[in-house]
Structure formats: C-alpha cells, structure tokens
Design a protein around this ligand. Sequence first.
Ligand SMILES: CC(C)(COP(=O)(O)OP(=O)(O)OC[C@H]1O[C@@H](n2cnc3c(N)ncnc32)[C@H](O)[C@@H]1OP(=O)(O)O)[C@@H](O)C(=O)NCCC(=O)NCCS
Length: 146
Amino acid sequence: MTVRKAEKYDVSLLYALERELFLPQNYPLSRGSFLYHVKNNLLYIAEVEGKVAGYILVLIKRKNAKLYSLGVSKAYRNRKISQELLRFIFQELISLGFSTLFLEVRTDNEAAIALYKKMGFCELKKLKAFYGDGCDAHLMQLKIEQ
Ligand SMILES: CC(C)(COP(=O)(O)OP(=O)(O)OC[C@H]1O[C@@H](n2cnc3c(N)ncnc32)[C@H](O)[C@@H]1OP(=O)(O)O)[C@@H](O)C(=O)NCCC(=O)NCCS
C-alpha cells in the first residue's frame, strides 16, 4: 500500500468511492468539493496495486486542522489502511507545524470511533443533533506527537 497526494485526475475515482462509502443523507462530497480540496487542503489517497483503496481529507485553516473525512472501500477493509492513512497525515501535520487534530464523528459509527480511539483521539464532548438526521456527534481531539 502506498499513500500519495490526490491530484485533479483522481476526482472521478474519489467521487465514485465516496458514493460507495456514504449515503446521500450523510452528505457525501461532490466532484466539485473534491476538486476544491485537492487544491486547498490535505487530501491523500491510499493505493493498493494501482487502485484507489481509500482516502483521507484534513481541512486546514490558520492554526486549526480538522479531520473532515476518511474512508476505505469495502474490498480493502480490515487491512489497517485507514490506520496507515492516519499515521501518514499525522506526520504531514507535524511537518506543517500543527500539534492538534480535531474531528467530529457520528455516535452510531462504532468502527470509526474504535479506530480514532485506537489512534489516540480523546472525546471532548457530545454535540447534540449535530447531523441532519438528528444523530449526535462526538467531538474528538488528538495531540499529535513526534
Ligand atoms: C472506519 C473505516 C475507515 C475503517 O477502515 P479500515 O481500513 O478497514 O480500518 P483499519 O483496518 O485500519 O482498522 C484499524 C482499527 O480501527 C478499528 N476498526 C476498524 N474497523 C472496525 C470495525 N468494523 N469494528 C470495530 N472496530 C473497527 C479497530 O480498532 C482496528 O484495529 P484492529 O484491526 O487492530 O482491531 C472504514 O470502515 C470505512 O471506510 N467506513 C465507512 C466510512 C466511514 O465511516 N468513515 C469514518 C467517518 S468519516
């Protein structure tokens, strides 16, 4: 598995993966959004034998970094790909001078919560009815260490 920066030409494949990962009510990213993030944020792809297996998107604004989205195609799950994407992005953030990473995750997303806890994220608070369907979110934080 290799991790590389997403490029403009990856947008169609990323969009196809996004539709596999997230239902319309979970606000999947559009092609236009992917294009925007390729240029303006940290968008990285996990490739396995030349195929796009997953991606990670971190938004950076001034001194804040937020893990906005992370997903691995069903065909490639349980191979530690998301763990590797997270490890990769932690190093990127350190090199850019960030020391804290925030995220929001649905309280019903057990797999993602287990992943984030394993990677050292702590729950800061619960955000009531954070999502459009009324689901709560956990606001989580990680102090990134070298
Ligand atoms: C959550 C998700 C990204 C995990 O990707 P993955 O590459 O299969 O995860 P990994 O193999 O790297 O797993 C690392 C750790 O995460 C946790 N984990 C991953 N999948 C899990 C599951 N189905 N149930 C419980 N824990 C899980 C475990 O702690 C695991 O460590 P372990 O294998 O030693 O037990 C993937 O299931 C996914 O893409 N889901 C749909 C999109 C999504 O919900 N994204 C997150 C919110 S934006």
